[in-house]
Every structure is written in C-alpha cells, then in structure tokens.
Design a protein around this ligand. Sequence first.
Ligand code: TYD
Ligand code: MG
Length: 455
Amino acid sequence: MASKTKTTYVCTDCGADYPRWQGQCNACQAWNTVSEMRLPPASKRQERLSGYAGQAAIQAQTLDQIDLKETQRLPSAFRELDRVLGGGFVQGSAILIGGSPGAGKSTLLLQTMCHWAQTATVLYVTGEESLQQVALRARRLALPLDRLQVLSQTSVEHVCDLALQMQPQVMVIDSIQVMHMADIQAAPGSVAQVRESAAALTRFAKQQQVTVIMVGHVTKEGALAGPKVLEHCIDCSLLLEGDNDGRFRLLRSQKNRFGAINELGVFVMSEQGLKEVSNPSAMFLSRSQGHASGSVVMAIWEGTRALLVELQALVDEAQGGQARRVAVGLDGNRMNLLLAVLNRHGGIMMGHQDVFVNVVAGVKVTEAGADLALLVALVASFRHVTIPRDTIIFGEVGLAGEIRPVPYGQERLQEARKHGFKRAVIAAGNVGQRAIEGLEVVGVHRLSEALEALF
Ligand code: TYD
Ligand code: MG
C-alpha cells in the first residue's frame, strides 16, 4: 500500500508554513514565494528522525540537575572567525555560512579546515566542486594537504553514514543547496530538499556531537531556496559579504545561539586566499584619500568592539523633478527622518537637494549612534566645509533635536584615541568622568550645539 505523502506550502524567503497555496506570504509579505513541498509519509520520517538518535532523552529534569559543564568550543586558525562565532565553534552545533557566489565561502572553509585537520578529524563534503578542484585550490593556497578528508557526495544519507564511521569532530557541507534526501520527492535545490536536508544534518550534529558547517548561497532575489528558510533550525547563521571594490570580506553573525549577533569579522581576499584583518579601523581609515567636504569619521559599535569608519555625503542641487535620496550602508528611512530633524532643529533645509550618503568599505551601519555623524556629513557637504580629519563624531539624534548617548561611549573614545584622533564631538551623556589623554571631548546636548561646535 502506498502511504500518503504530506503536502505543505512554504515561503522560500522566510520559511513560513501554509496548509494551502497563497500568492503572498503573511509572515514576510513577499509575493510569489510560497511553493509546494512534499514530505514523505510520517512513519518514514519518524524513522529518519530517530535513525541516528542513540539514547533518546525521555525523562524530564529540573534545571539544577543539568550538568553545567562548559560548552566545548573548538578554536580555529582564524581569530576573526572565532570571534564572530562567540569564541570558536561550539561542539555539536549547526552553523550556516551564507553569501553570494564568489564571496569566498569555500575558500574560507577550505583554509580553516586544512589547518584544523592537523589536530582534529575533519570531513569536507563538496557537492559543487570536484575533488580535483578542491585539491588544486588547496595546493595553490599552500595549505597542508595530508590530513583533511574530502568527499564528493550530494546524498545526505550517504554523508551521514560515512560520518558515523569516521566520527569527525567537524563536518563541512559545501553547499546545502545541492544536497538531497532519497525520501523527499522534490528536485535537488528545491525548498523541500534544502529544508529537509538541513534539518536532517542539524539533527545529526546534535545527536552525534559533530559540528556541522553548511554553506548556503544567497541570491539577490531570494530565489531558489535561500538560506532564509533554514535560519530557524540552525544554531548560528553567518553571512560573508564583499564590498564594492571586491577586496574586503565582511563576516557577520545574523543569528547566534552561543554569542552576540552583529559581530563583525574583517578579511581581505588576496592571492593567498583570505587573510584576517586584526585592526579593521586602521584598514578602513587608510583607504580614505585626501580631504573631502562631506567626509566624516564615526565610531560605531559592532558586536563586541568599536570600529572607526568613514561616512561620506554628497548634497547637490536637484536637477529638476523630485530630489533623490540614496543611502548606501545606512537605512534610507532613518536618513529621511534625520533630514526632517535637520530642517526643524538645525534650520537647514535640503528639500531641493539630491542627497547621497555612503559608508566606506561596504560596512553596513544599523545603529542610531551614526545619526550625528550623518547629519554633520550632510551639512559639511551642503556648505562645502571640511571637517578636520582628526575629529571623531558619534551620537543618536532624537526627533526633538536632542543628542542622546549611545552604549559603550568610552570604548568608542578609546578606539579613536588609539588611532590618533584629537577631538571628539559626542552626546554630553557619553562624556566620561575622567579625561582621555590627548583627546578633547566636546559633549553636546542639542543638534544646534553640535553644529556650532563644528561649523
Ligand atoms: P569561493 O571561495 O569559490 O566563493 P564561494 O564558495 O563563496 O562561491 O571564492 C571565489 C572567489 O575568490 C573567486 O572570485 C576568486 C577569489 N579568490 C581569490 O581572489 N584568491 C584566492 O586565493 C582564491 C582561492 C579565490
Ligand atoms: Mg563555493
């Protein structure tokens, strides 16, 4: 008797489930992203579920009975990577590394795993590139070749079977989009396959205490089962992004059950593969050439450290029609809001100006601590005034034109001092008790005060 397969409908963007097809996803509002997904009969799925289970826990415990031994973390050769993960790879966790094709995911993992394999059992599963391609790249990057175990395979069952024999501590799946399971009736690469494969590998990670790292390609349109559908089942989701000119690679944690999110790791892509940048502030600042009127350096807080990045603004007479507003690396709505504050509380109207802002080096700023720097950059460009290169600016701007303090003010100031800044214009609430040697700190309460101090 043929058992019934279960059909469900899943949004390929956010992974929300629906009992029947619909044109728009209720959860993320995207159109035409809900697609059909067939699951194998429940009994068969149950078998799979418990397939690698070992001793299933069927007894509840009170919290004080739980053994609190430290979560085992495995450090890699990349300190930047470990920091983004919250201090190394947690044993038995499932990690997703997303990024557009060519971002350097395979390179990063191959470099990490070749070194790691010297001290641990590591399995690298490649479903995209041939074994020759992987070996060739490893040789070209002069990596140690003698210990890393590689496997060319796209079947989740076969990979898990081999892993059961090998008992690796770390397993890489490059990429999750090409993996498939025999009892899912859908083409490889479809949402159904990707989602179920990732779920099976995550279960395998937990049950066998293997750290499983999955690579996921992100397409701009989110087409074909983007890693977003996987985010709820994995422990940690990292995104590797490139900047416009292609040299920097920023690794960011978007979800992390074992550490801070929005932690940023900085790498450069070179002829010898990825290299970590241990002092990104210096790197970002060294890139700015000359002295431009709309350029300001701000101190932002990324995860667990302060970063100095340059913000550029260009304000120019609009050429008829509606004035343009373009923000790269910043939130466009936030910029519009700040332009209104500038008009009302700074007395500067930019209604007939095109406004462009850009955060240098592909950094994406999400915190309100960049508000003041943004407004200063806009005014500087508007008035053709150059802000001195040794001035650092940060602070949140409220709707009433007040300048609010931001978290970790002292750490930001210390970072600025370390890089030779002489003056800081910040929220009065962030001015510390003790003076910082060599740094003149100007605390301001209102936008008008800040503009007075700088222009
Ligand atoms: P890759 O790791 O294959 O990207 P992904 O797995 O994310 O798709 O990276 C490929 C890109 O990196 C490619 O454009 C070439 C570049 N690259 C270098 O510049 N230097 C190197 O040493 C390597 C290995 C790649
Ligand atoms: Mg790749």
